[in-house]
Ligand binder design. Structure first.
Ligand SMILES: [Zn+2]
Length: 215
């Protein structure tokens, strides 16, 4: 199983954190790779437990902080004992509890282990004030966007541009006006391939650019 390039993507895959092109690629591989299929089957119960964690206890919105899933899965992999299936469920449950509490604390103090890369942003929409930082992941790149001034109730979508000029979706949000918003946006473009991102007014027929960043 070592050397299987898809293996490191399985955690993000079962957590639903992959962008669509990568998700399809991993699904296709899992369908044809018994080792990865077994791994996915092992990880699912832990992911279902993670879904039971109460997101309202985390001040800052995401149900599962980006690094948490991987840390849970790393513990599960480390503690796994082949051919001793009955012990595994207990180990998985313990690993999830440890990782949820550890991840929760880490998140509350700003996740010091995650390298944040601040990037300059330029607002094109009147009244928009924003700052952004990037988090490189093995599965892609996360944009942490803090902003005010996006029109309340209006939908915006975010695209990441790679060095070849291709645009990949990185999710979207609804404007909150003068209320500060903190938004974590995930894309399947790796940091080393990413050249910038744009925030587009999704309600506008022309998709007007409301915010842009070039790295
Ligand atoms: Zn595989």
């Amino acid at each position: 199983m070592s050397g299987d390039p898809f293996r490191e993507s399985l955690g993000a895959f079962v957590l639903g954190q992959l962008g669509e092109p990568e998700r399809i690629a991993v699904q296709a591989h899992v369908d044809g790779c018994p080792a990865c299929r077994a791994e996915v089957a092992d990880l699912r119960p832990a992911v279902e437990l993670l879904g039971l964690a109460d997101p309202s206890r985390v001040s800052d919105a995401p149900a599962v902080p980006a690094g948490l899933g991987e840390s849970v899965l790393a513990r599960i992999r480390a503690e796994r004992r082949p051919r001793r299936a009955p012990r595994r469920a207990a180990l998985v449950a313990a690993a999830v509890l440890i990782a949820v509490s550890a991840g929760g604390i880490g998140y509350a103090v700003g996740r010091p282990t995650a390298p944040l890369e601040p990037v300059a942003v330029a607002g094109s929409a009147p009244g928009v004030s924003a700052r952004a930082a990037l988090v490189p992941h093995t599965w892609g790149m996360e944009i942490k966007l803090e902003a005010t001034g996006f029109t309340p109730g209006r939908a915006y979508r975010v695209l990441v541009r790679d060095r070849a000029g291709r645009q990949s979706p990185a999710g979207g949000f609804v404007g909150t006006g003068t209320v500060p918003m903190t938004c974590n946006l995930n894309s399947s473009v790796l940091r080393r391939d990413a050249a910038g991102f744009t925030v587009l007014d999704a309600g506008d027929a022309g998709g007007a650019v409301a915010l842009a960043a070039d790295f």
